[in-house]
Design a protein around this ligand. Structure first.
Ligand SMILES: [Zn+2]
Length: 347
């Protein structure tokens, strides 16, 4: 089969298209004929490397993928060949105290397809049957590949961590990122009001088309002033942040009493000076979040199948052009998900 593999970390040139043996499913596993695979920031970390972190190279990247069941291990009987599926990217042991408490994302043995084991940048991928989600016949497989990681993450952030409520005022940074697109739709689904920030007028407009009530181009306007005017003072209930150093120190001053700031990443930098006075005076919560549970994903998926939430696609590239797709990831204009087309004839 053809697959993309990373043997050493570096620029786009380390993404090599190779011919590899078709993998065989082990106990509890199925083999998927892959149709589409979505890119995430995780793919760029796998490619570039992360200081102090070891990836199991050589590795096939790709944590979000869809396709049809090709074959199953003999102990997997409830997934007929040809079933259309997408995949929960999170791997967990299923038997530790965290897993038993439905907190699989806290499992000590937690892993992710395309990070800790081979992923979906390949014509075939082997996954655990318990990680499968059946895709309805009427739902396109490209969109099915585009949502798991980001909607799972955004659902855990807003619903699991922040316990979002109707009418709350939510600021979501970087409107065009996959997690922010998902968070905007999920917040609106729960009846919250949303404002977004973005680096271009075009992305602000797309953020509003995606459900935000207001948007601020932080390149041309002071987003802090904008947020205060929108919320009627320092009156935000929730801030969804994956920017970090450039936004969190100012952000905590904009929260109302009892406000929550939830972070799932730090694209601008992780180290910052934080003034703690508003944190205790206003009983704020600063919450960290990574990935989510199978239940988070199935809750989001139910709304996706019925069109109440809808993944936004930025662009697609043939798998052979994976280097070009990664270059697109680095462009400022990206809004929504970038897809790799592996075999679009599957649906
Ligand atoms: Zn576990």
């Amino acid at each position: 089969m053809r697959a993309v593999r990373v043997h050493e970390h570096g620029g786009e040139r380390v993404l090599l298209l190779e011919e590899l043996p078709i993998p065989e499913p082990g106990p509890g596993e199925v083999r998927i004929r892959v149709a589409w695979c979505a890119l995430n920031h995780l793919d760029t970390w796998v490619r570039r490397g992360v200081p102090g972190h070891r990836f199991p190279l050589p590795l096939i990247p790709g944590c979000d993928f869809s396709g049809v069941i090709d074959s199953c291990a003999s102990d997997v009987t409830d997934w007929p060949q040809g079933t259309r599926v997408c995949v929960n990217p999170g791997l967990f042991c299923g038997s530790c105290s965290c897993c038993m408490a439905d907190n699989q994302h806290l499992c000590r043995g937690f892993g992710i397809y395309g990070e800790t084991t081979h992923g979906g940048n390949a014509e075939f991928a082997v996954v655990k049957a318990e990680n499968l989600l059946q895709v309805p016949d009427s739902f396109p497989l490209d969109k099915a590949a585009a949502f798991p990681l980001t909607y799972l993450t955004a659902w855990r952030m807003l619903v699991g961590r922040c316990q979002i409520r109707e009418g709350e005022k939510v600021l979501i940074h970087a409107a065009g990122s996959g997690v922010s697109v998902a968070a905007t739709q999920i917040a609106r689904h729960f009846g919250a009001r949303v404002m977004v920030t973005a680096g271009t007028d075009e992305k602000v407009e797309k953020g509003i088309a995606n459900g935000a009530e207001a948007g601020c181009n932080y390149q041309t306007e002071d987003w802090k002033k904008f947020a205060k005017e929108w919320a009627g003072g320092s009156n935000l209930d929730i801030i969804v942040d994956h920017v970090g150093m450039d936004t969190i120190p100012a952000g905590i001053w904009l929260l109302a009493k009892g406000g929550r700031l939830v972070t799932c990443g730090v694209t601008s930098g992780a180290e910052m000076n934080l003034h703690l006075a508003p944190v205790f005076f206003k009983s704020l919560s600063i919450l960290g979040s990574t990935m989510g549970t199978p239940r988070d994903l199935s809750n989001a998926a139910e709304l996706i199948w019925t069109g109440q939430l809808s993944p936004v696609l930025d662009s697609s590239f043939l798998m052979a052009n994976v280097q070009e797709a990664h270059r697109r990831m680095g462009e400022r204009a990206v809004f929504g998900k970038i897809l790799l087309e592996v075999d679009s004839s599957l649906g």
